[in-house]
Design a protein around this ligand. Structure first.
Ligand code: ARG
Length: 271
């Protein structure tokens, strides 16, 4: 083979190699580019905000087949206000187990959690929270007919229902070692069903939710409010979400300053 044609062959191989490497590079960069998109850009690009919640937690999230997305309540109005402000559609994903919400967020199944979720140090490790939008405590609830449980001091040996993976459960674990048995339920509404069905002696749950269950026709009463000083926040991914968190905080601030948040809360709270 002539020397010049060999050189041409080598040159051709070199050109192909360079083109191939460049092509691989573009593909890689495209891929990286996609991952590099911020949380806010991703939501804008997909044209929708996917909010995870766990209904059965009135007045924050309640199942209602005739409501948009099948869930309604304070949190869902806040979710809609955020989607509207971002100019995107709202998709609600309801989970029957509150305790899976943070994992769903970490796995990218949802863009944010709006579920009456208390901002805690532990959760701060795996999610970024918005500014607080609601303050709550815990409440001890028993049947109206119950005469022996007057406070948490009377829970020794008793069976207490909690919503799985909530601050009510953590309160018992950290402060009430004498409780006989703690029974966790995926939704808050299931804890009240367990109480009315005499499967448990008491429920420890967020105070606004407990208050929502108290009525002349319901068999429940609140015997103690446990001042845990909790603040609800919207949980977002820790991954490239600075712009989303900033935006959500702005929207929440507007809702609060304009009085709209107050309106939403009183609209869903029992008179
Ligand atoms: N605030 C409590 C917590 O963050 C209870 C929240 C339960 N929310 C619900 N949608 N079930 O642990």
């Amino acid at each position: 083979m002539a020397k010049s044609s060999k050189n041409i062959q080598i040159a051709a191989v070199a050109v192909i190699a360079v083109v191939a490497i460049a092509a691989i590079g573009i593909v890689l960069m495209g891929g990286l580019g996609a991952d590099d998109k911020s949380a806010l850009e991703k939501i804008k690009d997909q044209g929708k905000l996917v909010v995870g919640t766990s209904a059965g937690f009135p007045p924050f999230e309640m199942l209602n087949t005739s409501a948009a997305g099948g869930v309604e309540g304070i949190d869902m109005d806040v979710a809609k206000a955020i989607a509207d402000a971002l100019d995107v559609e709202l998709e609600i994903k309801n989970y029957d187990d509150f305790s899976v919400l943070i994992t769903a967020l970490q796995n990218g199944k949802i863009d944010m959690v709006i579920a009456g979720m208390t901002i805690t140090d532990d959760r701060n490790e795996s999610a970024t929270f918005s500014m607080p939008y609601y303050k709550a405590d815990q409440a001890l609830v028993v049947l109206k007919s119950n005469t022996d449980i007057l406070s948490t001091a009377d829970l020794a040996g008793k069976v207490v229902a909690v919503n799985t993976g909530t601050t009510g459960q953590y309160y018992i674990e950290d402060n009430l070692p004498d409780v006989g048995e703690m029974k966790p339920y995926g939704t808050a509404s299931d804890t009240f069903q367990a109480l009315s069905g005499n499967k448990v002696d008491a429920v420890i749950i967020d105070s606004p939710v407990a208050a929502n269950y108290i009525s002349d026709t319901n068999p429940y009463k609140i015997v103690e409010t446990i001042e845990t000083n909790e603040f609800y926040g919207i949980a977002m991914s820790k991954n490239n979400s600075e712009d989303l968190v900033t935006e959500v905080n702005k929207i929440l601030e507007d809702l609060i300053d304009s009085g709209e948040m107050e309106k939403i809360i009183s609209k869903w709270s029992q008179a």
